[in-house]
Design a protein around this ligand. Structure first.
Ligand SMILES: *[C@@H]1O[C@H](CO)[C@@H](O)[C@H](O)[C@H]1NC(C)=O
Length: 123
């Protein structure tokens, strides 16, 4: 799916929430701003506008095309398996042990590096 096809759907909620360009003279005064999303909306819209350069849209298009290919149904099962395996592998005990292992190996790597440096320097 082309990014341009979904772009209006992505922006529709912002368009609906955007304030009117001119205040309505008959309307009751708006309640005082209490902060939050409405107050931040102009900044958010400005940021969105800055993001929507032609270059960025082309990049997003490429990303979405890539994601669409990656997430085709054949791959969903594979990705699910990978996530399941990663989930069972990355227990707290495994992460703790691996962290310890890396901590223990670091000085060893430095020693081997010095040793190899010495050997290579003597050749
Ligand atoms: C982590 O190390 C402990 C102590 O050596 C060991 O009993 C435990 O099985 C190890 N956990 C994993 C996930 O390898």
């Amino acid at each position: 799916m082309r990014f341009f096809h979904v772009l209006p759907l992505l922006l529709a909620p912002l368009a609906l929430a955007a304030p009117e360009p001119r205040p309505n003279p008959v309307a009751a005064p708006a309640p005082a701003a209490t902060g939050g999303l409405l107050e931040e909306l102009p900044d958010i819209l400005g940021g969105v506008q800055g993001l929507l350069t032609k270059d960025n849209i082309n990049k997003l298009d490429t990303i979405l095309d890539g994601a669409a290919k990656l997430l085709k149904s054949d791959n969903i099962d594979i990705l699910q398996d990978i996530l399941n395996n990663a989930h069972s592998l990355l227990t707290k005990s495994f992460v703790d042990n691996t962290t310890t292992l890396i901590g223990d190996a670091t000085p060893l790597v430095e020693d081997v590096s010095k040793l190899l440096g010495g050997i290579l320097g003597s050749l």
